[in-house]
Design a protein around this ligand. Structure first.
Ligand code: FAD
Ligand code: NAI
Length: 468
């Protein structure tokens, strides 16, 4: 029997692949999306963005109840956690969200194929679904196979004591002590879930600060806030080994003074980055090249070394973010359809969903210094915001970096309440090359957290802030 034929086959149904599949169908292509698992949505929906945010929201409610309600004049009886229910709610959220993608595929006439895809050549793949093999042919392919957690060679994941984010989202009980290796986004978000529920969280970080790629002031401020939620931080500390005995894990490390130190806990959550996932893809057979770290190499239009095969998302590297993967997916299929797509990597926001929330877009102060570029700073603390005081959420600030000659906004960095939503205004401003004065002269509703962005833009423009 001859292979079923498509205009486009997308490999991987994470946020990059499923969005690309739907956009391709809108553009009139006959499209199929192959996914290893029946459940669509990839890392993001199943073991990433959505489950972590579900647990962050649940644990934040608990934290509010025990830490903040009394201050607001709300009395409760003894508040306790039903952790099984918390995990069950997270599973239900995943299930509903994943089912939504099946619905969208049907609505847009995207064919779903379940199984692991491997290239035969640049126009043919074999899909293996639990041993049952089928072949498919396409004019174009889009590789969106994502990433997997990086493993430390001397402490391999065992799923019980040495865990990745996947197991940390499905623990059976709240740990007493959690060792987090890597003070990046996963460590601080999942550490926050358990810190709020009473776990002692010890973060062991190799660098001299947490969230190293972001503007340095953000990490410093977040570190101070998280110390109030059962976190302790061991910076400039290099993990060297690990032992498991009597149900406990001991992580051995070398601190900044070169001394041997150790940390004992119920689990060690290793979150030191993620690696591109191309296992079993047989990319070479199609002429697709990888770089020395295993990421798929692409050109400016996201084409691999084989020009009918595009690649997007975590598997090509750069910022490993769901919305970056989505934008690239749309870009790639619009390019296939000979449209003129748009992609601006400088305006992709990064958000860390701790509390206070951290959000950033554009250049950080350290980026601008490294580039030798002059900049001016406007910085407004939330403690001067009426809305923040009314909400008892005064930790943090909003900082605008602007060009001293043209006033163009070069970067916006914020930490505080609801920054995950507030960053959208800064993205819009930067995308349309607004000046700090443009933001400053727009009317912002009062009292809102967004006034902080107006105030610090006033500061950056002409030191004209009203409320500081
Ligand atoms: P993925 O989502 O990894 O999807 C790839 C899919 O391809 C998977 O379903 C995989 O099974 C399938 N696949 C792989 N190989 C094959 C093959 N050969 N054949 C068939 N199918 C295959 N990002 C954010 O922007 N915001 C967040 O809040 C956020 N939170 C996160 C929290 C955690 C705990 C983690 C781990 C990640 C988080 N991320 C977040 C990152 C985000 O999940 C990823 O950047 C995003 O999922 C990448 O999308 P993708 O489409 O490139 O790949
Ligand atoms: P990360 O790159 O954010 O952080 C890894 C941290 O580990 C870094 O601070 C690094 O210096 C440190 N590190 C590396 N090796 C180490 C070692 N041997 N010992 C101690 N520390 C070490 O990676 P993370 O947290 O694993 O997340 C992976 C990806 O998932 C990130 O790229 C992120 O973008 C994405 N993600 C995004 C989220 C969001 O957008 N809110 C949430 C969670 C994940």
């Amino acid at each position: 029997m001859s292979a079923e034929e498509f205009d486009l086959i997308v490999i991987g149904a994470g946020p990059g692949g499923y969005v690309a599949g739907i956009r391709a169908a809108q553009l009139g292509m006959k499209v199929a999306v192959v996914n290893k698992y029946d459940k669509l949505g990839g890392t993001c929906l199943n073991v990433g963005c959505i489950p972590s945010k579900a647990l962050l929201d649940s644990s934040e409610h608990y934290h509010q109840a025990i830490e903040k309600f009394a201050l607001h004049g709300i009395k409760t009886g003894k508040v306790s956690v039903d952790f099984k229910q918390m995990i069950q709610r997270k599973r239900d959220v995943i299930e509903n969200t994943v089912a939504g993608i099946d619905y969208l595929f049907k609505k847009n006439k995207v064919t779903k194929i379940v199984g692991h895809a491997s290239f035969v050549d640049k126009n043919n793949i074999i899909v293996d679904n639990k041993g049952e093999k089928s072949t498919y042919k396409a004019t174009n392919f889009l590789i969106a196979t994502g990433s997997k957690p990086t493993e430390l060679p001397f402490m391999k994941y065992d799923g019980k004591h040495i865990i990745s984010s996947t197991e940390a989202l499905e623990l059976e009980k709240i740990p007493k002590e959690l060792i987090v290796i890597g003070g990046g986004v996963i460590g601080l978000e999942l550490g926050s879930v358990y810190g709020r529920l009473g776990t002692k969280v010890s973060v062991v970080e190799f660098m001299d600060r947490i969230l190293p790629p972001m503007d340095a002031e953000l990490g410093k401020t977040l570190q101070r806030s998280l110390k109030k939620s059962n976190f302790e931080f061991h910076l400039k500390t290099k993990v060297t080994g690990c032992k498991i005995s009597r149900g406990k894990v001991t992580v051995e490390a070398e601190n900044k003074k070169g001394e041997a130190v150790s940390f004992k806990g119920d689990h060690a959550l290793v979150c030191v980055g993620r690696r591109p996932y191309t296992d079993g893809l047989n990319a070479g057979a199609a002429g697709v090249a990888l770089d020395e770290r295993g990421f798929i190499k692409v050109n400016d239009t996201l084409q691999t070394a084989a020009d009918n095969i595009y690649a997007i998302g975590d598997v090509i590297g750069g910022m490993m973010l769901a919305h970056k993967a989505e934008e690239e997916g749309v870009f790639a299929v619009e390019h296939m359809a000979e449209e003129i797509p748009h992609m601006n990597y400088n305006t992709i926001p990064g958000v860390v969903y701790t509390w206070p929330e951290v959000a950033s877009v554009g250049k950080s102060e350290q980026d601008l210094k490294a580039d030798g570029k002059e900049y001016k700073v406007g910085k407004f603390p939330f403690k001067a915001s009426g809305r923040a005081r009314a909400s008892e959420e005064t930790d943090g600030f909003v900082k605008v970096l602007a060009d001293p000659a043209t006033d163009e906004v070069l970067g916006v960095h914020m930490i505080g309440p609801r920054c995950s939503d507030m960053i959208a205004e800064a993205v819009l401003a930067m995308e349309y090359k607004a000046s700090a004065e443009d933001i400053a002269t727009i009317c912002h509703a009062h009292p809102t957290f967004t006034e902080a962005l107006k105030e610090d833009s006033l500061m950056a423009t002409a030191d004209r802030a009203i409320h500081v």
